[in-house]
Design a protein around this ligand. Structure first.
Ligand SMILES: NC(=O)c1ccc[n+]([C@@H]2O[C@H](COP(=O)([O-])OP(=O)(O)OC[C@H]3O[C@@H](n4cnc5c(N)ncnc54)[C@H](O)[C@@H]3O)[C@@H](O)[C@H]2O)c1
Length: 306
């Protein structure tokens, strides 16, 4: 077992992707701190891991505040004797177009995803550095954070921010031998199963059948278990040299995302006045202006639902 003797925390692991991550880490030998706001799902998650011969304990508390981060690390240390792996996965959605989004919609999503990632990683990093642990930080991003998505101002800000923090932590934690990476998952969960475009894929899963290859291959859309292998790999000694990366995974597909790089660089002696820009900007950027959002291929006829 790849993670024998390791201790992991997975936030938001009562159900969905987080549960699959926790189960896979446990299957690989790690003891796991399960976290969720929902006590029933957290307890059920612990029970599934224990029934499979693994070790797990639940912390029912909302990720966001520092107190929860402290409780998570304290529980890992007191129950299992240390902390080696942190997966920041807890998340909520409050989708609205910009002009309809309230302060509360914005703050709720930022608090759970962005602040929750910051407070948990800070707490874990303090523990790992103080104890000489070559730990593993795995933070969950989203295609929305990479490309933007209609109706997701709050979520795009949080998820892009998480990848920004990961790049910074890869630099800051390098000397301590701690890696920090982002995983960009796509899977059928409560968060995505109501999207009409994915209906045929969700139906297949509900019938206990494999998803059609169009979803698994062309779209990189599968089930939660398809993502958990990458989480366990990044948590293992095999990935000691991988840090600061954003790795997309879903269905049968794996992608390594690029970080933003300049695509055009030009110089103007004395600086760029509005007159110089009027003269040169269109020619300099022609064909190089960047696209936004994700474009999905049209659904094949047999996979269309009303
Ligand atoms: N499903 C996808 O395709 C997809 C795509 C990109 C990113 N993600 C990200 O993956 C993560 C998991 O998503 P999912 O689809 O499994 O969602 P989900 O809604 O099925 O599960 C999220 C879990 O987090 C818990 N949670 C919510 N707020 C919490 C808080 N403050 N503290 C602790 N737990 C909390 C929920 O109770 C739930 O059990 C999220 O960060 C999400 O943004 C999912």
């Amino acid at each position: 077992m790849l993670l024998e003797g390791k201790v992991a925390i997975v936030t938001g692991s009562g159900r969905g992707l987080g549960l699959a991550y926790a189960q896979e880490l446990a299957r690989q030998g790690a003891a796991v701190v399960i976290n969720d706001v929902d006590a029933a799902t957290a307890d059920a998650a612990v029970a599934t891991i224990e029934q499979s011969g693994g070790r797990a304990v639940a912390v029912v508390a909302p990720v966001g505040p520092t107190e929860t981060a402290q409780e998570l690390v304290r529980t890992a240390v007191e129950t299992f004797g240390g902390l080696d792996i942190l997966v920041t996965n807890a998340g909520v959605l409050r989708d609205k177009t910009l002009w309809n989004m309230s302060d509360d919609d914005f703050d709720t999503v930022i608090n759970v995803h962005l602040r929750g990632t910051f407070t948990c990683v800070r707490e874990a990093a303090v523990h790992m550095r103080a104890n000489g642990v070559a730990g593993r930080i795995i933070c969950i991003g989203s295609p929305t954070g990479q490309r933007g998505n209609f109706g997701q101002t709050n979520y795009a800000a949080a998820k892009a921010g998480i990848v920004g923090m990961v790049r910074t932590w890869a630099l800051e934690l390098k000397k301590a031998g701690i890696t920090a990476n982002a995983v960009i998952p796509v899977a059928a969960t409560a968060m995505t199963s109501t999207i009409p475009y994915f209906a045929a894929a969700v139906e297949a899963t509900e019938r206990g059948e494999a998803m059609p290859p169009f979803f698994r291959h062309d779209l990189g859309f599968g089930v939660s278990e398809d993502v958990s292998g990458v989480i366990a790999y990044l948590a293992s000694d095999a990935a000691a040299g991988v840090s600061g990366q954003a790795i997309g995974v879903g269905g049968d597909r794996l992608q390594l995302w690029s970080h933003p790089e300049p695509v055009v660089t030009a110089y103007h002696d004395g600086g760029w006045s509005i007159e110089a820009l009027q003269d040169e900007f269109p020619g300099l950027t022609e064909g190089s202006l960047q696209s936004v959002g994700e474009t999905f291929p049209p659904l094949p006829e047999d996979l269309k639902r009303s």
